[in-house]
Design a protein around this ligand. Structure first.
Ligand SMILES: [Zn+2]
Length: 257
């Protein structure tokens, strides 16, 4: 296109934009809370200064508190679930609770460095619980914009990779759209960090679930990320290494924009 034509075309476009009252009414702008001009594409947008709850799965004391963690609590869909479980472990005994605690500490550091207020659902890796219904309520209690629940799976050894759980069918407005958006953001971030969607469960890294009390009871956008399969040797090596833990934490942090 010649310069003269280009200028003419621009003038026409500008004139069209400026024409008063002649254009058909534009549709009303619909607020999209999960997208903003400054956020990287595919992230779940949380404003700086807002609160994010990190929920490190299980707890280091659960193994010696069988009765306490077996106590039935509401599952959010009319039934009950055990208060908590001991979680998975690698073939040589590295426990899921230690993994989730390590990744959650690193994730908290990364998010705090970006100006977020971070609340964890447990203060250390030596206690019992909290129960899954308390974890499900933690986001609302903290006034959180998002909740990231950190886990690792204990599936048959041949399978590997991550999957992101969200409540489905949804039970409230936060679950109806925002939780799915957060799940999509987590999948995008995990894939972007080089992690493989699970080869043995879910679809393309997403795992809609009705049986997770902590997701059913959540009234703010909440996902549960099974970062890896601890029974798979390659995933286990990654999960127990400080470098791997930092990669998981960085990927989860990158899901928040
Ligand atoms: Zn778990």
């Amino acid at each position: 296109m010649s310069r003269a034509l280009l200028v003419t075309a621009l003038v026409v476009v500008l004139a069209a934009c400026a024409a008063p009252g002649s254009a058909p009414a534009a549709p009303a702008a619909v607020p999209v809370p999960t997208a903003g001009p400054a956020a990287p594409p595919g992230t779940f947008v949380v404003p700086a200064g807002a609160t994010i709850v990190i929920d490190p799965g299980h707890d280091g004391g659960n193994g010696r508190a069988a009765a306490a963690i077996a106590r039935p609590v509401p599952d959010g869909r009319g039934g009950t679930k055990p208060c908590n479980t001991t979680g998975a472990s690698t073939a040589d005994g590295y426990p899921e609770h230690a993994f989730t605690w390590a990744v959650s500490q690193r994730l908290a550091d990364l998010l705090r460095a970006r100006g977020y207020r971070v609340v964890l659902t447990r203060p250390d890796d030596a206690g019992v619980g909290p129960c899954v219904d308390e974890r499900g309520a933690a986001g609302a209690r903290a006034g959180a914009a998002a909740v990231l629940s950190v886990h690792a799976d204990g599936a048959p050894a041949a399978g590997h990779g991550f999957h992101v759980l969200y409540s489905a069918p949804p039970l409230n407005p936060a679950q109806r759209g925002p939780a799915r958006a957060l799940a999509d953001a987590a999948v995008t971030a995990m894939r972007g960090a080089g992690f493989t969607p699970a080869t043995y469960i879910g679809r393309d890294g997403l795992d809609p679930r009705a049986d997770i009390a902590g997701l059913n009871l959540a009234t703010v956008p909440t996902v549960l990320v099974e970062c890896a399969n601890l029974r798979n040797p390659a995933d286990a090596a990654l999960a127990r290494s400080p470098e791997g833990q930092q990669r998981f934490a960085a990927a989860l942090a990158a899901s928040i924009g």
